[in-house]
Ligand binder design. Sequence first.
Ligand code: SPD
Length: 287
Amino acid sequence: MNAWFTEEQTRDMRLSLRVRSLLHRERSGYQEIAVYETAEVGRLLVLDDVIMTSERDEFGYHEMISHVALCTHPAPRRVLIIGGGDGGTLREVARHREVEEIHMVEIDERVIEVSRRFLPSIAAAFDDPRLRLHIDDGIEYVRAAAEKGDRYDVILCDSTDPVGPAAGLFSADFFRNAAAALGEEGLYAAQTESPYFNRELLSGVQRDLREAFGRSYLYLSAVPTYPGGLWSFSMGSKGPDPTGAELHFERVEGMPLRFYSPEVHRAAFALPPFVRELLPGEARGAR
Ligand code: SPD
């Protein structure tokens, strides 16, 4: 079979993956959802022609969006996941025994259902009894949580790219609401795209997180099917320092992790100069 799935990663750059078969395609109320069996990266989830996750490289994303914050917060009992319908972030959060409640707000229920059926190794924790699943708009959910005085310890934003409805998840207004929906030592971590191809977005996010939380951090991982392969995560903190001495690595002992480790946690904050220059002025010298 000579079929290929091609993602237009930038206007001038494409990634093609040989397709063994198309396992599923549908149009939900929000987007086109497709799952391919590929020759190189196993099963691949695609939303509106954009790669969301693949069996081969998902761990560098899901482990890093989750464990960095969960090993930094002093007592992460209530965790909110925004987006993340494939379930990979939920799977990682659910590994933490100290987490008592996992709230997840996903706008498109069909992404969850398709992932449960076709990506069982990723969508592995939807039956966890600590999960409270909300099919809703993450932006509205966080605004309402902030207004009600609902308080989380950690919020993880596992969003799609910042286009269409997801653009609001990268806005200063959203970060202020996220800060208000977090407790005193609250931590917010989000995927923030490629440091090669989304530079303006990334420096704006860092500036706005710093304004909303007081402290912001940027760290890196590797996700070969995403544009450029080098991927960024941004963190807003009301107190705990993910680069400091008080980290809780004992929490991940014994977990079957393939990317995250204490060494990788620390190394992820070592930024090449071309990435460091995206940090707000006062933070550039500090790390
Ligand atoms: N360019 C694709 C970025 C997608 C980030 N989110 C992926 C969701 C994986 N759980």
